[in-house]
Design a protein around this ligand. Structure first.
Ligand code: ATP
Length: 299
């Protein structure tokens, strides 16, 4: 079975639903409140596990109630949490206000995620044994860099989601095989608004780039090859939260199984189209049989 290692964040999303978000100094009454397991690392881990891989999550939660909730949510999704440490202090939290127009305002407090500055010997061994490593930027850069280096030393393919967008050390890009920005992150990284031109510019730093374009699909660019555009499935979206993480998790599994990029992109696109038709982030992520059904074939 394909094996994926994820190094990254685990957050509890604390979501308040309101008619209109409060201004500074204002108090409003919310309609509903939910606690939902999240964090880009954990979301990508769940997406890859549901897409059919064995997955190990390298991360950290706090020794609070959210920490045990986050761990059991990952366990429940079949993600191996042996390398998810519990550290003193609060877990990572994302405080989210969603208004009736679908707009949101978010404060992320890293909590335990801030402790992920270095790898343990077990982390390094886990990465070396994986078919692919998934990285994002919700944990300190030095830890992300250490994980990318460990993968490079073992010849393990590294997929980096550069979110939240920030300037990246050249060494991290040099250790990345496939960079997966959304269109906003691609623009932030390059200063170029056109996604195709931004992807082309990024090829000076990484060999392969996939820019996700929301309902417009995705765009693949590789050194020395013509760009490929994959349209999104035409579906009625009810909640696009986690679409990007679903896409990355499914794509990683498909590529690690040896599927050529164009077909792997189609399969990931089918997976993320399923997720946007259901509410929630990790809760909406599809299982392999569903993806195969929607894609018209296995990865
Ligand atoms: P998020 O931050 O919400 O997880 P993202 O910005 O990282 O998302 P997007 O580019 O919005 O990622 O979406 C990733 C992929 O999901 C797209 O490439 C597309 O295949 C699929 N997708 C997103 N929105 C839709 C939609 N409305 N209909 C169909 N597919 C969609």
């Amino acid at each position: 079975m394909t094996h994926i290692a994820v190094f990254g964040s685990t957050n509890m999303d604390l979501v308040a639903y309101v008619a209109k978000a409060p201004q500074r100094g204002e108090t409003v009454t919310g309609r509903e409140f939910r606690t939902l397991p999240g964090g880009k690392g954990a979301n990508q881990a769940v997406a890859a596990a549901r897409a059919g891989a064995t997955v190990a999550m390298i991360g950290a939660v706090g020794n609070d109630a959210f920490g045990s909730g986050l761990r059991s949510a990952l366990d429940h999704s079949g993600v191996d949490t042996d390398l998810l440490r519990t550290v003193e202090g609060p877990s990572g939290t994302a405080h989210i206000v969603v208004d009736d127009d679908g707009g949101n305002a978010i404060v992320v407090v890293p909590g335990a995620n801030a402790s992920l500055t270095a790898l343990s010997a077990g982390d390094t061994a886990e990465i070396a044994a994986a078919d692919a490593l998934l990285l994002q930027l919700e944990t300190p850069l030095e830890g992300v860099l250490a994980a990318a280096r460990a993968a490079r030393e073992s010849g393990v393919r590294t997929l980096l989601t550069p979110a939240p967008a920030q300037p990246l050390p050249p060494e991290l890009l040099a250790a990345t095989d496939l960079l997966l920005p959304n269109e906003h992150e691609a623009a932030a990284l390059t200063g170029i608004d056109d996604p195709a031109a931004a992807a082309a510019a990024l090829l000076s730093q990484v060999p392969e780039v996939v820019v996700t374009l929301g309902a417009a699909g995705s765009l693949y660019a590789a050194r020395g090859a013509a760009p490929v555009t994959v349209p999104a499935r035409r579906v009625t979206a009810v909640d696009t939260t986690g679409a990007g993480d679903t896409f990355v998790g499914a794509l990683a599994v498909s590529l690690a199984e040896g599927t050529p990029m164009p077909q792997a992109l189609e399969w990931a696109s089918a997976a993320s189209a399923l997720s946007v038709q259901r509410p929630g982030a990790s809760a909406s992520m599809p299982y392999r049989t569903e993806i195969d059904g929607a894609a018209g074939g296995t990865a």
